[in-house]
Design a protein around this ligand. Structure first.
Ligand SMILES: *Cc1c(COP(=O)(O)O)cnc(C)c1O
Length: 395
């Protein structure tokens, strides 16, 4: 290729049109279904949790879709996530659930983000920033009822509540806590946490202040403990149609929103006795028909699925053989199995009559579905189907 040809090819390449055959497909209709089903089941408004790139589903497209569906509140972990949503034109109230860093408090107020306040010292930082900007801060108080993460211990919540209610610069919109064991319907911990939380909330009555929104339930709470739903619920993983834990019960019919697909990029016959991939950990017991799939741990597909994971090719479940590489892995097509270049390979999702769930992938990888979803990184293009605007790959 001449230099000028290469230049022309580069000039006509549109990086925004990512045609990589490996992609995440997000079904926005499944997302709407889960949102409305969870809200109906809980009987109170849903705060849609979209932290960590909306559990891998794409922060901005998911938030925009939930906003179009009429959601009244979103929750993120980091102020940076909240800022990204505001920059994308998302206007619904957004709570940042993580702990605040003093130098960042001004950013919350400038971007109209709701702040988590977990101590009197933090309350003072928020007040100071609000006073200097001349803007009222909207806050949710964070009470620790058993996570020992952020939050004032519930038995010491009284003084924080009093100071927040008295604050000239803060509006107390909510009070919340986080459940440690709600994914297990049999755990007694959740009842204990609920009692501690409600005890702390009673301080508002004691000082004659209006009760703010009390929210406690994550996905496990909504699915298993109806009495934790209180005034608002905060489902994350269930919103995406995935169960928090193998012990969880499907008390709400949810639809998985995410599929992870790729395409066959190479076919070969591996001779008996030859080994496959790094470390030569898998040896062909006989001449074996093998395809290569162009996705690896560099995309967030776990290396722990080496010789443990399965994929769907031509409607058949096929094992991953040898180590998952950074960008590729190999699959055994079985005796007589066929596949051609560009054939679809499903890593998560349905093909033909079969499906591989995110939960099953997590189990095979020795982790939880949360880690699988949030690990799928920006190298994989996301494509959105259903919803108001269907089709088309999006960044
Ligand atoms: C992540 C998170 C949630 C959502 O948890 P799921 O188990 O995904 O439903 C709710 N509340 C807080 C404070 C969180 O950090």
């Amino acid at each position: 290729m001449h230099g000028s040809d290469a230049f022309d090819a580069a000039a006509s390449f549109r990086p925004e049109a990512n045609d990589r055959p490996t992609r995440i497909r997000v079904d926005l209709d499944a997302l709407s279904h889960n949102f409305h089903a969870l809200q109906a089941h809980a009987g109170v408004p849903v705060m849609g949790i979209v932290k960590a790139n909306a559990y891998g589903h794409g922060l901005v497209p998911v938030a925009r879709h939930l906003q179009a569906q009429g959601i009244g509140q979103l929750g993120v972990a980091l102020v940076e996530e909240g800022i990204a949503l505001r920059r994308a034109g998302v206007t619904v109230p957004i709570l940042v659930m993580g702990g605040i860093h003093a130098p960042q408090v001004g950013q919350f107020l400038a971007c109209d983000l709701e702040v988590t306040v977990s101590s009197i010292a933090k309350l003072r930082q928020v007040e100071q920033a609000a006073a200097s900007l001349g803007r009222q801060a909207v806050i949710h108080l964070k009470v620790d009822t058993g996570m020992e993460r952020i939050g004032v211990h519930s038995e010491n919540a009284g003084p924080l509540i009093e100071a927040a209610v008295a604050s000239r610069w803060c509006t107390v919109k909510g009070i919340y806590s986080h459940l440690a064991c709600s994914d297990d319907p049999a755990s007694p911990m959740t009842h204990e946490q609920r009692h501690r939380f409600l005890d702390a909330c009673r301080h508002f009555d004691r000082i004659g202040a209006p009760m703010p929104l009390r929210h406690l339930a994550n996905s496990g709470g909504v699915l298993h403990f109806p009495d934790t739903c209180l005034d608002m619920v905060r489902p994350g993983i269930a919103l995406y149609g995935v169960m928090p834990d193998p012990a969880s019960r499907a008390t709400v019919a949810l639809k998985p929103a995410l599929s992870l697909v790729s395409q066959v990029v190479y076919f070969k016959v591996v001779k008996a006795g030859r080994t496959v991939s790094y470390g030569a950990t898998w040896t062909a017991p006989a001449d074996t028909r093998v395809v290569t799939v162009p996705i690896g741990y560099g995309d967030g597909y776990p290396r722990s699925l080496s010789s443990r994971g399965e994929v769907l090719v031509r409607g058949q479940r096929r094992p991953i053989i040898g180590r998952v590489c950074m960008d590729q892995f190999m699959v055994d097509l079985g005796p007589g199995g066929t596949a051609y270049n560009e054939d679809e390979v499903v890593l998560i999702g349905a093909q033909g009559d079969d499906a591989i769930s995110c939960e099953a992938v997590a189990h095979a990888a020795g982790t939880i579905p949360y880690e699988i979803l949030t690990g799928l990184n920006a190298r994989i293009p996301r494509e959105y189907i259903g919803g108001a605007s269907s089709g088309g790959p999006a960044a």
